[in-house]
Design a protein around this ligand. Structure first.
Ligand SMILES: Nc1nc2c(ncn2[C@@H]2O[C@H](COP(=O)(O)OP(=O)(O)O)[C@@H](O)[C@H]2O)c(=O)[nH]1
Ligand SMILES: [Mg+2]
Length: 201
């Protein structure tokens, strides 16, 4: 008998596990997003911003934020019984970009979080995924004290390709984050199917 394929019992359903990156600028809500949906206690590696780190980390506009993720956030969410997402929050600071290539290996796609008050902070992430043809979606994290802009205006400001989904979200809200993740999975699946069609003619 091949393990797990007993004639009597149903074969155990192996969930599909997908790897998702959560990227975006410093203080945009990556750690918050992973924490809001993770079923496991999110693994965080954070270090206090020390005096030594201050010249490097641009904390202007992120008042009240005293810690920064230096390695990454890690969490898990079961979207459906047979679909499990592993979330990797990638460090926002430029000095940690060397980790991105390794992290993006085998990833289905990425959520790029944006804050309309500091939109330019997500340009690098958008560029990164565009250049590598990694499917991504932009989640505009709507902070309470930030002005609201229509999705179309943000899309234009980011110069996004038509095919790239853009959603307004609240990184603190589980249902809102789930919608973003489902949107990304749909987009990435369609992207993959299209590529396959193109490859087979
Ligand atoms: N009002 C509001 N605050 C948020 C939201 N998302 C994150 N925050 C706060 O913004 C700060 C930075 O978030 P964090 O998740 O640490 O950002 P990261 O650097 O991208 O991981 C934290 O103090 C959060 O509590 C949001 O959607 N609304
Ligand atoms: Mg963080």
């Amino acid at each position: 008998m091949i393990f797990g394929r007993s004639e009597r019992g149903k074969p155990p359903v192996e969930p599909v596990t997908l790897k998702i990156l959560v990227a975006g600028g410093f203080g945009v809500g990556k750690t918050t997003l992973v924490g809001a949906v993770s079923e496991i206690r999110p693994l965080r590696t954070e270090e206090l911003l020390t005096e030594a780190g201050r010249p490097v980390d641009d904390i202007s506009g992120v008042e009240g934020k005293h810690t920064t993720t230096v390695a990454m956030d890690f969490g898990r969410i079961t979207l459906r019984e047979n679909l499990v997402l592993y979330l990797f929050g990638t460090p926002g600071q430029e000095r940690f970009w060397f980790m991105w290539d390794e992290l993006s290996e085998g990833a289905l796609g990425a959520v790029v979080l944006a804050d309309t008050r500091r939109l330019e902070d997500c340009f690098a992430a958008v560029d990164y995924f565009e250049r590598r043809s990694i499917p991504f979606l932009v989640g505009v994290n709507c902070f309470d004290d930030a002005a609201r802009y229509p999705a179309e205006a943000v899309r234009q400001a980011l110069d996004l390709d038509d095919g790239v989904p853009l959603l307004l979200c609240d990184a603190r809200d589980r249902e809102s984050v789930k919608e973003v993740l489902i949107g990304l999975v749909r987009h990435a699946m369609a992207h993959t199917a299209e590529r396959r069609r193109a490859a087979t003619g």
